[in-house]
Unconditional design. Structure first.
Length: 283
């Protein structure tokens, strides 16, 4: 199990270029990948996005790619033809004006140093190396957080199981309490009738029958434990499962005819909400 939150950084060096890739991952219902820093290099941005989508199944992943070409974000080169022509012009102007010979600083100030567009194919191996290192670091961070989430969800599964046991034990007790209360009321009214008691108890039991809800909750619990042991993305199914547990808890509360079972149903609903909140962090 992996969380959707984490950070990873990777670095690589190539000929005349240093690359750093920072990956930041946040919660998201689906998978969304954003690549920054390669706006003018669309093929490289697309390759980075494709690599990230192959490795991760859920979450918002923001990749920031920083390129360093000897201190510049893009490679620089000198336009030699332009420089030669301008140099001759500067020399002629200096002779005409009787001034000192021109300097390289003056020449560079005329814009002969220009920014080039990197060769995307040549640059990809270096970016790929840095990206791989960053993805490994991000996976480790998400796995570490995933272990903590799993421990928390295992505790909630244990809580859910204990609440189900209490509910299953409470059902027959609720029926017996209703039967005794009905008997007491009829005795007070001087209308004790075992046939009527049996009929009223049968009607009450039918209306308050929660066996199906408890069976479904037990099934959901088993599936939850299965997901906690599964490999790969499970967060979306876990969210849905928590929603179903909450729905069954609401039905249980509506059918409960006694305070104890109603309180258990409320605790089940709160447990389902906690599971859902944790599942929102799971890939």
């Amino acid at each position: 199990m992996r969380s959707m939150t984490g950070f990873g950084r990777g670095r690589a060096r190539g000929e005349r270029v240093h690359v750093q890739v920072d990956l930041k991952s946040l919660n998201h219902r689906f998978l969304e990948v954003r690549v920054r820093g390669l706006g003018d290099l669309p093929l490289l941005a697309a390759r980075c996005e494709e690599s990230l989508k192959e490795r991760f199944g859920r979450g918002t992943i923001e990749a920031t790619v920083s390129l360093d070409f000897l201190g510049f974000p893009r490679p620089k080169y000198i336009n030699r033809e332009a420089a030669k022509g301008l140099w001759e012009e500067l020399r002629r102007l200096s002779r005409e004006l009787g001034g000192p010979p021109p300097s390289l600083e003056a020449l560079l100030g005329l814009g002969v140093v220009q920014e080039g567009i990197p060769d995307e194919e040549a640059l990809w191996p270096v970016i790929s190396e840095a990206l791989e290192e960053a993805m490994i670091a991000l996976e480790r961070a998400r796995e570490e957080e995933g272990r903590r989430l799993r421990e928390a969800l295992l505790r909630e599964a244990d809580t859910l199981e204990e609440l189900l046991r209490k509910a299953e034990d409470e059902v027959p007790r609720s029926l017996e309490r209703f039967k005794e209360k009905l008997r007491e009321n009829l005795v007070e009214l001087g209308q004790l009738d075992e046939t009527r008691i049996a009929l009223e108890v049968s009607i009450w039991a039918e209306r308050a029958d929660v066996r199906e809800e408890l069976d479904r909750l037990r099934s959901h619990l088993e599936r939850l434990r299965g997901l906690l042991e599964a490999e790969g993305p499970v967060g979306r199914e876990m969210e849905f499962l928590a929603q179903e547990i909450g729905r069954e808890a609401n039905t249980l509360a509506a059918k409960s005819r006694g305070v104890p079972l109603g309180e258990i149903a409320l605790e089940l609903r709160l447990c389902a909400e906690r599971i859902r909140e944790q599942a929102r962090n799971v890939e």
